[in-house]
Design a protein around this ligand. Sequence first.
Ligand code: FEO
Ligand code: CA
Ligand code: CA
Ligand code: CA
Length: 654
Amino acid sequence: MSMDPERIRPSDLESAGEDGVNTAPNPTMGEIIAARFSRRDLLRGSLAVAAISAVIGDRALAASPGQAQGVSSFDFTEIEAGVDETHHVADGYEAQILLRWGDPIFPDAPEFDPLNQSAEKQARQFGYNSDFIGFFQIENAPDRGLLVANHEYTNEELMFPGVGIQDTKSAAFSKMTKELVDIEIAAHGGAVVELARSGTQWSVVKDSPYNRRITADTEMTLSGPAAGHARLKTSADPAGTKVLGTINNCAGGITPWGTWLSAEENVHGYFWNTVPESHAEAANYKRLGIGTPAYAWGKFHDRFDIEKEPNEPNRFGWIVEIDPFDPNSVPVKRTALGRFKHEGAAGIINKDGRYVVYQGDDERFDYVYKFVTDGTVNTGDRKANFGLLDSGTLYVAKYDADGRGQWLPLVYGQGPLTEANGFTSQADVLIETRRAGDLLGATKMDRPEDVEASPQTNRVYVMLTNNTRRKDDQIDDANPRANNRFGHIIEMIPDEEDHAATGFAWEVLLRCGDSSVADVGATFSSETTKDGWFGMPDNCVIDGKGRLWVSTDGNSAKATGRSDGLWAVETDGERRGTSRHFFRVPAGAEMCGPFFTADDESLFLAVQHPGESEDDKNPASFESPMTRWPDFKEGVPPRPSVLVVTKKGGGVIA
Ligand code: FEO
Ligand code: CA
Ligand code: CA
Ligand code: CA
């Protein structure tokens, strides 16, 4: 992850300066408490903590590590935290590299040749930078399944020889040609790849009829309340129902009816120019940070130039549903789930049969959402569920100071979501979900990433990656640290274990960072070793035993003295808050995935942007990356890859 303040890469939200902004006047918890204490009482540091604790109890603010005892529920030997050029997995486990950027996934696909890449070749090869990965068992074939992988974004400086970083004000995309842009477009989107297992070894089935590439040019439809709305119409699509492509697909989810949900996140970076202040979309686009391109696509393709196609950005920022079992199926953007910087779309079948999708909006001071379907999941007929996500209620979270919280419905005509505030239909509410959340007074969070519900306990885990812009007077019970460099994790408990309920209880499960440094205020348990703590939680997964695994984005030699990786986190009993290090990525990379097979014997992981530099003065490049993982061949750049971890000799992981 580059820390160059000049960079505008949409993945680098912490270093980017021009992203979406939440200037909504919603009171932060700090302001609510400040209203009850004089400003002088609310000095920074421990006095402020003591004062706030006196009002709301110290349950969520406890700064000292808990005393953990008892036996770990995880059975593996922890790896050592650190940074080097390769990956590391716990002893007794094997990490097999399954799919690298550029690997052919069709029988006729060309082999990867980084010096002779083309858009045509790229569209037949595995794409770049997988974030979400999921796996679907094929019925009656226990050793076969479909891997689905998002291809979130591209790193031009590592992909293309002689190019270097292009998304800075000084570089100004000067070396980006149409040929390179078209390779980027083909490297985005996602892939479906059939895998076969023999013992503990997995392999790619190159000639599978299921294999598919989806790119930023693949035709998709829009459905749900915003489909066909005037604000979604373009010169190429006068009906407002057909879009070419999906972009910046971060995390996602798989549904119980066998579809893949892919979350469009930092879509603002793909558009050139913007609309004038007086334009009807001006506030909408500003709230999403549109107008600061991180890619040169708009230079060569009119639809990515807002001056030429002013509505095109409204067609991105949605949840896309894809049927991986039909390679000819048309992906569908489900507008009922709202439009923002969707981090993920992990869901759960509620006890009444309805489907509930939890979602984070990954921006500083943005919100946590959930969507509850009107209908119930049909477990007997998968296709009966294909329109289920088109009608339901979208809610935004408000975390109150007493460990209670409310889900506020984003419904046109209710509360402030009316003509008086510029909303003339539910389509308007969905197109400008963030602004609707502002008006409802949602709680401004420290960059909500993955949100996952445990089918075993019905508790919900929210990864809040960091927010160094939160000031002392902006802290609140749910975002308790100013200059929150290392992030935290919130646990939510739906009332009566009902995911459709509008009330919930919540608690901070962990404040992340080095617990041996008092100023950091981390709350890992005392059983957590020097290798066990982490910063910047990002993706997460619940395994078959209901246990939480957290992957990270932003650890580095400079930030935390360790690479990103995967940690196993105890959430129950005396060892709650204990974390243990299972896997780490090579230098410059971020840890994505993770995803367990249903038998917990295989764990899929994705390594994003290996070789990226965090040193502004020594930016990494094709010629000079931080690592050449995983090929380690001179002249071959690092390659983002999907891995699978199995236990040597077989068996359940950890
Ligand atoms: Fe794509 Fe929020 O990381
Ligand atoms: Ca994530
Ligand atoms: Ca990420
Ligand atoms: Ca992230």
